[in-house]
Design a binder for this molecule. Sequence first.
Ligand code: DHB
Ligand code: FE
Length: 280
Amino acid sequence: MARITAGIGTSHVPLLGRIIDIGESETEQWNPVFSGYDFTRQWIADEKPDVVILVYNDHATAFDMKLIPTFAIGCGEKYRPADEGFGARPVPEVQGSPDLAWHIAHSVIEQDFDLTIVNEMDVDHGLTVPLSLMFGQPEAWPCLVIPLAVNVLLYPAPNGRRCFNLGRAIARAVSSYDEDLNVQIWGTGGMSHQLLGERAGLINQAWDTAFMDQIVDRPEALAEIPQTEYIRETGTEGSEMVMWLVMRGALENKVTELHRHYHVPVSNTAIGHMVLKNDG
Ligand code: DHB
Ligand code: FE
């Protein structure tokens, strides 16, 4: 049987990808940010997940005003790192897991969730930066990846409750897949940040900390917070955090927090990172 063994939450600030790509992640300036991932890099090398369901948002790279799926699942064989204006990142191609992805699509749609099925797309920093943070600079990514894209860019965006319930449906789908697979689910984006406008630079450490506390022990209460509160309290881009709730919804009620890291600021953004182990 396939099993979701753990969840990871992490920000995806593109600058961090750039710093890894140019080999500067261990400098004095950057070490305080990247050392917060040391635990996870070691832990994940031991865990060896077969497949990661990577919940992320596309930033008008694969999807734009022509087509904006609320939730989209990648069922393709592979995905190229996108050119976001400065050339594609020098990172490996992402290998998909089409059989499991189609199974999840089938099961989740039968559970009344609308998923858009994507067979071809390039993946932007929302997906590749988390891979770099966990795995560094390998020749090939050490696991298969199922991209699960959530629209948090254009309103209406889904609320936390719906994201949490999608996670639940994904967990049911994975546990009904016959092959023995170690599956992880990652929720990415956040923490508080607003990149543009009058409130650019907004960071709310108290809110972010409460979010990280509650995602462990009170995820159902956390899931009730509407999009408008994320935006008011954590900035327009802070609302990316709802994607962590897809991850949390896919885990058991009781989880163990193995690791937490929070750093302010990176770019204009608070970055956060957690590792949650499924106790079930
Ligand atoms: C930054 C953060 C993001 O989440 C993003 O998508 C782009 C930029 C930043 O902090 O610079
Ligand atoms: Fe982002």
